[in-house]
Design a protein. Structure first.
Length: 260
């Protein structure tokens, strides 16, 4: 899809609904490549565990009570600490994102149609009754538009979302575009149900475990015996902003290659 959004993450505080304590293990299959994540959520604190194909395990911890963000290498028992961005850094990020982009307005329209079909089938997952739904998304682009005409279909089992509490989160999104169409949406693009098993072309996402039992607060702390270092084995040290710039530049190069 040539349509173009590069989503940038800024750190800011605003009110959004978040679940109570949650533990889930998620498996994704992309073109035959399997990835498994374990995700823990307690209030604003999060922990994500990733098991790499080479057996290396990395853990990302965001502890907002301690104002600390950490990356742990469980193999070497070492960790690095990311200082949350300061207001000055947030302003720098905003100015950097708002720099004159290399973009063009196509002046064309892309119409997006959303459709949900309930098959009527039901199944139990983790104590919840899941619906078997087909979700179709059709993009129709005018000649000369940046985006393309294509169809996307998701086939999955969906459960109701957990009860939410209103709390503070630290995430907003800004966009920069290489090429911009006018998007006209028809239907509801964002269902509230949680996909426990969903297939989208060559991508399959499945929740293997799910629980809302209270979590131990130690999950969001640095375990004893871990050594703080400037960089993890095999990774060069970078500041938060350098890491952001590197990932952003990689995204821009990927998008620009579509227009060469």
């Amino acid at each position: 899809m040539r349509a173009l959004g590069i989503m940038a993450l800024l750190v800011a505080s605003f009110t959004v609904p978040l679940r109570a304590d949650t533990y889930e293990v998620i498996k994704t299959m992309v073109a035959g490549h399997e990835t498994v994540f374990a995700h823990y959520l307690q209030g604003r604190n999060t922990r994500t565990e990733h098991l790499g194909g080479d057996g290396t395990r990395f853990v990302e911890i965001r502890n907002f009570e301690r104002n600390g963000w950490y990356t742990l290498d469980l193999s070497s028992r070492k960790y690095i600490e990311w200082s949350p961005p300061s207001p000055d850094l947030i302003l720098s990020l905003a100015q950097w994102i708002a720099r004159p982009p290399r973009t063009r307005e196509s002046g064309k329209t892309v119409k997006v149609y959303y459709e949900t079909i309930d098959t009527g089938e039901r199944k139990q997952f983790f104590g919840y009754t899941a619906k078997h739904l087909l979700r179709r998304e059709r993009h129709v682009a005018e000649p000369g538009a940046c985006g393309q005409t294509y169809e996307l279909e998701r086939d999955g089992w969906y459960i109701p979302p957990a009860k939410s509490d209103t709390t503070q989160a630290y995430l907003i999104a800004g966009s920069s575009y290489l090429c911009h169409d006018t998007i006209v949406k028809h239907g509801d693009p964002s269902p509230l149900e949680v996909p426990v098993l969903e297939t989208n072309g060559s991508v399959t996402r499945e929740i293997l475990e799910l629980s809302h039992d209270p979590l131990d607060k130690s999950l969001f702390e640095i375990p004893s015996g871990f050594q703080k270092v400037e960089a993890l084995p095999g990774r060069r040290p970078m500041t938060w902003f350098q890491r952001f710039q590197t990932e952003w530049a990689a995204l821009e190069r990927a998008f620009e290659s579509w227009f060469e």
